[in-house]
Design a protein around this ligand. Sequence first.
Ligand SMILES: NC(=O)c1ccc[n+]([C@@H]2O[C@H](COP(=O)([O-])OP(=O)(O)OC[C@H]3O[C@@H](n4cnc5c(N)ncnc54)[C@H](OP(=O)(O)O)[C@@H]3O)[C@@H](O)[C@H]2O)c1
Length: 217
Amino acid sequence: MRIGVLGATGPAGRGLAARLADNGFEVLAGSRDPAKSARVVAELQDRWGRRVAGIRPVANHAACDADVVIVAVQADAALATARYFADQLVGRIVVSMANNLVRRGTEFNAVLPPHGSIAKEMQALLWRSKVCTAFHLVPAAEFVDLSLKMASDVVACGDDDGARRTLMELIAAIPDLRAFDGGSLENAVGMETFAAVLLTINLRHKVRASLRLGGIP
Ligand SMILES: NC(=O)c1ccc[n+]([C@@H]2O[C@H](COP(=O)([O-])OP(=O)(O)OC[C@H]3O[C@@H](n4cnc5c(N)ncnc54)[C@H](OP(=O)(O)O)[C@@H]3O)[C@@H](O)[C@H]2O)c1
């Protein structure tokens, strides 16, 4: 399966690109500036060698030419980026991982658009694509250090059952990352706002917690 990552030069996008390539996926690492993407991919390949040989640096528009396209751009640019590439994304599975957060003192809060979540807003913009969400609570640092065992659980949401299943298979293909079905995009707001809670906990308790569900054999 070919995966496109828009904004693969940031910590989250490059980490995901590295993990996916390490697990046999073909990854198109996108950027607004292909030279920047080339630099980032070269850094990853210097560090991890053949493990990440499957990553190709491209411009964002070329990264849309994939079965699954992950929008990993800066959170407040996620909707504008989706709108810009709407035509190239027709019929594809598009994954939002955006947590649009604002820090107020020692607390983070989610900034939600009119449709209730970034994911719902994205689906409204990309009405010819299958928008799903995942990865909101996985720290970028956990993805990018391939010597670390993944320790997070990932909840996938999406209105299209087939798209959500495909995304869960992709998540589960990464060793030690457990995939859970969180239902339709109605529930994406829960992940986007919980990200604000989790970051507040991390800030106030001086920890780096992520999501791990208990009670599951
Ligand atoms: N960091 C984490 O631990 C983490 C965890 C879970 C979820 N997330 C989510 O994952 C996404 C990426 O996080 P990040 O920390 O990697 O973000 P980031 O470093 O702030 O930005 C990622 C990339 O977005 C692109 N970008 C910046 N401004 C843009 C604009 N105005 N229009 C289009 N592209 C723009 C840049 O790539 P180019 O300059 O190469 O185009 C940048 O390298 C966010 O939505 C975040 O909420 C992050």
